[in-house]
Write a protein that binds this ligand. Structure first.
Ligand code: HEM
Length: 133
């Protein structure tokens, strides 16, 4: 993609829009449900992950510059505060980040540079959450 055109696009658009973000989120929770490497992370979540699949896809869509429905439906909700009451430690933050890095790599958005930036930012946020609980 030409650099000038790419500069005008949001990360949401560069990644491939809602379809790609939904695929990443589905893969993320499938990994969390199926792979014992994320057992402690899975145990922190409710039995039914369907609401989380919807909420995380909506959040990532809004946060990356796409339709802002999640922000409108959750006025003033801060991601760090949502997690502030959870007992997140280095292990569960590392599991969250590892599953997300793997989900992004598996879905493999065409714009690899943006995918790496996106994965790197989520890693930083997840690791910061381990220090606020
Ligand atoms: C650091 C490791 C993390 C852990 C252990 C963790 C765990 C959790 C848990 C247990 C919930 C409540 C789910 C439930 O009720 O079943 C939750 C909610 C949520 N988390 Fe995380 N999380 C982490 C990192 C992140 C990150 C980095 C993001 C996005 C930047 C994120 C986005 C969300 C969203 C959007 C919700 C739903 C909020 C809502 O709908 O009210 N989480 N998280």
């Amino acid at each position: 993609m030409a650099a000038a055109l790419k500069d005008r696009l949001t990360p949401f658009e560069r990644l491939g829009g809602a379809v790609v973000l939904e695929r990443i989120v589905e893969r993320f929770y499938d990994l969390m449900e199926r792979d014992r490497a994320y057992a402690e992370l899975r145990a922190m979540h409710a039995a039914d992950l369907a609401p989380m699949r919807r909420s995380l896809a909506g959040f990532l869509t809004a946060w990356s510059g796409g339709p802002r429905n999640w922000f409108v439906e959750n006025p003033g909700k801060c991601m760090m505060s949502v997690h502030g009451g959870l007992p997140i430690d280095a292990q569960t933050a590392g599991q969250w980040s590892a599953a997300m890095q793997r989900a992004i790599a598996d879905v493999a958005p065409g714009d690899r540079e943006t995918a790496e930036l996106f994965a790197g930012r989520l890693d930083q946020i997840a690791r910061a959450m381990a220090r606020i609980g």
